[in-house]
Design a protein around this ligand. Structure first.
Ligand code: ZN
Length: 490
């Protein structure tokens, strides 16, 4: 059975495509007609744009083709190669990747081996094309949205999905906050209690006792029950300048258009616009609260916590070792023998010696260790993936560059290769940008690297690396790490 097909022919005036006979309209026509005859197609219609550039789609022939597709007259479109369809990657990609499939159109670019009607067709792997199109398109959109939102924030417009607790969005004026009659009083109460000297925890307990709906409860209209106020909610309200009438936004952001997780934004990048709406508390009250946080903040970790506390155990009875200060030195002593003298041989080792032994052996272990492997609990998949993609993109780029150089005697083919170079270059750029963007993983990795240099490792790092340390009778140490010994290949 012969399948009717539409042929699309294009030749531009200015971009040097008129250089040879092979691209002329009549040649394209002969070429495509022969292809149809050989492959079981009849020519239903021929759409021609003679003298039109491929960098946009405002071409009468192409527009007529689209109209006929819309009318359902066309089911198959054939061009000599992809570049006859268009030279703008984004737009051409949109037709090939979105529009044609949507309309059920089979598209064939003969010289590029593209045939969307045949899954196994070699050129259907337009991966370069697809990758760049998808990536560029998504990135572009995300960037546009971001910059539009930033402009709105700078103008003092509230653009969040939910008004901050204590406010509601003005139904008459989008982007403006007005006090919420139900919860504005609660915010004032939180500040009042805090300034009176109540602790953050005390405030949370008081609100819970009085059965005041939490922000989450309120937002969900009572559907989501989170009936207890927690300290972090109170702390957030007490540090949010929006309540003093200065709209504060951009305190967190999504990592990228690919990774939707939100991360906090450094304070200097917050967008604060003064006097944008009715305050719930005065500016003085807000400043006083911030001052109180500074002076009252209790250190979370008592200063006298030891680097190894909780990690060292007695080798005889298994009891934890406690830290005992004696003069300028601190010793580790079996807690059992300390409490019940004689219950265990009194082991006693110097803290600084244990630390030194541990760090020495960590240092030895670290030779040849990958920082990431110290943190197996933090998968680095997405970055690894990006790095892998980057490597292969670079290989592709190199391949097409070489191909471009080798094909200088065949300008038509060379142009095609060079266009692929351009595509892969964009992909490489995009990936490089992504990989250099700041990532919370970076900080962990930096911590691990720092540790590997062994400059003053912190408690958290040590706790992450060491399972336990056992002190044996002869004061020798058994060290247990929470990562596999890198020198032992599994
Ligand atoms: Zn003991």
């Amino acid at each position: 059975m012969m399948e009717p097909a539409a042929l699309y022919l294009r030749l531009s005036q200015e971009d040097g495509e008129r250089w040879g006979e092979s691209q002329s309209i009549s040649n394209q026509r002969i070429f495509l007609t022969q292809y149809c005859q050989a492959n079981g197609f009849t020519v239903a219609e021929c759409y021609i744009d003679d003298g039109y550039t491929g960098t946009n789609f405002n071409r009468p022939g192409f527009q007529r083709l689209l109209r006929d597709i819309e009318r359902g007259k066309i089911k198959t479109v054939i061009t000599k190669d992809l570049s006859r369809l268009g030279r703008d990657y984004i737009e051409t990609g949109r037709y090939v990747e979105c529009y044609f499939p949507e309309k059920g159109i089979r598209y064939i670019a003969v010289n590029d081996g593209v045939d969307t009607g045949k899954e196994e067709s070699a050129g259907n792997d337009m991966s370069a094309f697809k990758a760049v199109f998808n990536d560029f398109y998504a990135r572009d959109v995300s960037r546009k949205v971001r910059s539009a939102l930033t402009a709105k924030r700078r103008a003092g417009e509230f653009i969040g999905a939910w008004a901050p607790y204590g406010y509601q969005k003005d139904p008459k004026q989008p982007g403006k906050l007005v006090p919420d009659p139900e919860s504005a009083g609660v915010v004032r109460r939180i500040y009042r209690d805090f300034l009176k000297g109540e602790s953050v925890r005390g405030i949370a307990e008081g609100l819970t006792e009085d059965k005041i709906p939490t922000p989450m409860e309120k937002r969900s209209g009572g559907l989501k029950a989170q009936r207890r106020w927690n300290e972090s909610t109170i702390r957030r309200i007490l540090t949010c300048e929006t309540y003093a009438g200065n709209l504060t936004q951009n305190q967190s952001k999504t990592i990228s258009y690919k990774v939707k997780k939100r991360i906090p934004v450094p304070k200097k990048e917050w967008i604060v616009v003064s006097n944008t709406h009715e305050p719930l508390i005065t500016k003085e009250e807000f400043q006083m609260a911030q001052q109180l946080f500074k002076t009252r903040s209790s250190p979370r970790e008592p200063k006298d916590r030891h680097l190894l506390s909780g990690l060292v155990f007695c080798g005889d009875c298994g009891s934890p070792m406690t830290f005992v200060k004696d003069g300028p030195r601190t010793y580790l002593v079996c807690s059992s023998s300390r409490r019940y003298p004689g219950s265990c041989k009194t082991h006693c080792v110097r803290e600084d010696e244990v630390e030194r032994t541990l760090l020495d052996s960590l240092r030895k272990l670290s030779e040849g260790i990958q920082p990431q492997s110290l943190y197996p609990e933090f998968p680095r998949k997405s970055r690894e993936l990006a790095a892998r993609e980057l490597r292969s993109a670079k290989e592709q780029l190199e391949f097409y560059r070489r191909a471009g150089r080798d094909s200088e005697n065949f300008p038509n083919i060379q142009r095609q290769f060079l266009s692929y170079c351009e595509l892969w270059q964009r992909k490489v750029d995009a990936l490089e940008e992504e990989l250099t963007a700041e990532d919370p993983q970076d900080r962990r990795e930096m911590a691990a690297r720092e540790l590997l240099r062994f400059e003053r490792p912190g408690r958290t790092t040590i706790q992450a690396l060491v399972k336990k340390i056992v002190v044996c009778g002869d004061k020798s140490l058994e060290l247990y790490f929470s990562f596999p010994d890198p020198r032992i290949t599994p």
